[in-house]
Write a new protein. Structure first.
Length: 120
């Protein structure tokens, strides 16, 4: 005599709840972190190192030392006799930093407005 096992009970899907809730002051941390990250980016964009140029710049004499600005990617250089020159990677680096700044600012904006909607 064989006894059939009953079919398993259907699994109820969980109710629609947020995966996690942010602390009410999380957006203030982002609000403080965004300018700090931009300040760090500007610091590294203009971090000087004296030596041979990382790229060719018009109007620069070849024997004078220059200041390569930017670390780890040299974005510009300063030659005392020729002034500032932007390098070939300057605009992609600056654009990437600007887009990251916009993304961080968008996160702060979204959190501020989502908490206002949830409170009312």
């Amino acid at each position: 005599m064989t006894v059939e096992t009953p079919p398993p009970a259907p699994v109820r899907p969980p109710t629609a709840k947020p995966l996690f809730r942010f602390h009410p002051h999380t957006w203030t941390l982002w609000l403080m972190a965004t300018p700090l990250l931009m300040g760090a980016a500007l610091f590294f964009d203009f971090f000087p190192s004296e030596g041979p140029p990382a790229f060719e710049a018009p109007g620069r004499t070849s024997d004078a030392p220059v200041f390569n600005l930017g670390w780890p990617i040299v974005t510009s250089l300063y030659a005392p006799n020729a002034g500032f020159h932007l390098g070939p990677l300057a605009w992609p680096v600056f654009l990437t930093q600007f887009l990251l700044y916009l993304a961080a600012t968008g996160v702060v904006w979204a959190w501020r407005h989502s908490t206002k909607e949830n409170d009312s």
